[in-house]
Design a protein. Structure first.
Length: 428
């Protein structure tokens, strides 16, 4: 699979000629919101096997071969050239595809309101072939040990049809806010905890959930060990049913990291107790903060490199956002950025006639524009380049896979690159 970055004066027709593919194929895999008005810096996925590299000033066959992980003799043979011939700038080299690796893929889906939006159901249906797990968000625990269920609608049937494990996501939320007091009760009152576990079992049996996933956040630091004990008890109960157990973890870089989000999450214990974890490696750039990449590669790497010192890499699913943000400048504390899908971010750039930039340090696309009221904006989002950088990290660190928050924001390139990089495990 080729990732092509649009240059000045390029069109879909000229790009298609470069790679000997049809315009229709490029449109099919990218669903570009601006097919007749491409943006400089816009990334497109080109549906070819392997990819091409265009020689740049100072390149040598040996240096290129090292970068792509192929011997220079083999690269010369594949391209029908001599191994010692000089390469002209602009010469097109064919790079064979890397072997796919096995991986698991999860996606949360969050129905809101009184009914599930048809577009959200369709988003789940489109993503499900690429998923190991489908995770409706969320069953909210109550202080008496009962559960408030989310709207499930067609999600169980979609999971069944696509051999997805239906993930039962359980949170310590009250009125959609994480509650440390609710957590305290569930983790320390044994009578309520017993009732809570039995309600989980009854519900999971009814809907055929086969992974029980605890997303308990902002717990009291004093409840760190109580949470570990609860997970051991839950694991032992769920194993009687043949189910998996998993947890969501805040993105830490050390065991004693301070802060309400971090202190009750014990990486080492979770790695020992549960079948796998989802580490929430996103929201460095968040709706209530200043403009920056949502999941910059450096901080993501540091979290994951710490995590693999505390638990097996095969238990770790990297969290990944399927969205970006549009901030109004200058940032004012208390203001809220608007969430945008990758498709909408490209559309705005086309409408405002601005180039898309790419931050190599963060491995993320971004741009600035001025709206009709004269206000300046800064947009950070995801594209094929940024998601491929994350996939390369999964490969390098030998992680279990990737977990997406959340379906409903279109990003067709992501699913094409999933297929190009991974053999997705199906457990259903």
């Amino acid at each position: 699979m080729q990732i092509h970055v649009v240059a000045r004066n390029q069109t879909l027709e000229s790009i298609a000629r470069t790679y000997d593919v049809s315009v229709a194929e490029i449109i099919r895999v990218n669903d570009p919101p601006n097919p007749n008005d491409l943006v400089i810096g816009q990334a497109l996925v080109i549906p070819i096997t392997g990819r091409y590299y265009f020689v740049q000033e100072g390149d040598s066959l040996y240096a290129i071969a090292r970068r792509v992980g192929v011997s220079y003799e083999e690269l010369a043979r594949i391209n029908g050239i001599s191994a010692d011939q000089p390469l002209a700038v602009g010469f097109r080299l064919y790079i064979p595809p890397r072997p796919k690796i096995p991986a698991e893929v999860n996606a949360y889906v969050e129905p809101r309101g009184r009914r599930v939006a048809p577009a959200l159901i369709e988003s789940a249906r489109e993503a499900a072939p690429y998923l190991t797990y489908l995770a409706p968000f969320s069953f909210q625990a109550r202080r008496n040990g009962s559960l408030r269920a989310p709207l499930l609608d067609d999600f169980p049937a979609i999971a069944r049809a696509n051999r997805n494990v239906l993930m039962m996501v359980i949170t310590n939320q009250e009125e959609d806010q994480f509650s440390d007091e609710l957590g305290r009760i569930l983790l320390n009152d044994m009578t309520i905890q017993t009732r809570f576990l039995e309600n989980i079992v009854t519900t999971a049996r009814r809907y055929n959930f086969r992974d029980i996933h605890f997303d308990f956040e902002y717990l009291r630091p004093a409840d760190r060990e109580a949470y570990n004990r609860f997970l051991r008890r839950a694991r032992d109960r769920f194993r009687q049913e043949g189910w998996l157990i998993s947890t969501a973890l805040a993105p830490k870089t050390r065991a004693d990291q301070p802060g309400r989000w971090y202190e009750a999450h014990d990486y080492h214990a979770h790695g020992e107790i549960v079948d796998f974890v989802v580490i929430m490696t996103y929201e460095w750039g968040y709706s209530g903060g200043p403009a920056m990449a949502v999941s910059p590669i450096g901080p993501v790497r540091r979290v994951l490199e710490y995590a693999i010192t505390e638990m097996p890499s095969t238990k770790i699913m990297m969290g990944q956002n399927l969205y970006g943000y549009d901030w109004t400048l200058p940032f004012v504390q208390g203001s809220v950025a608007r969430a945008v899908s990758p498709q909408r971010a490209i559309q705005i750039a086309a409408e405002r006639n601005v180039d898309i930039q790419y931050d190599m340090r963060a491995q993320a696309p971004h741009y600035n524009y001025t709206d009709d009221q004269g206000r300046r904006h800064e947009v950070w989002f995801e594209d094929a380049r940024s998601i491929q950088a994350k996939f390369d990290l999964i490969r390098e660190l030998r992680l279990r896979g990737i977990s997406y928050w959340k379906l409903g924001l279109p990003f067709p390139q992501n699913w094409q690159l999933i297929t190009d990089n991974f053999n997705v495990r199906k457990r259903g």
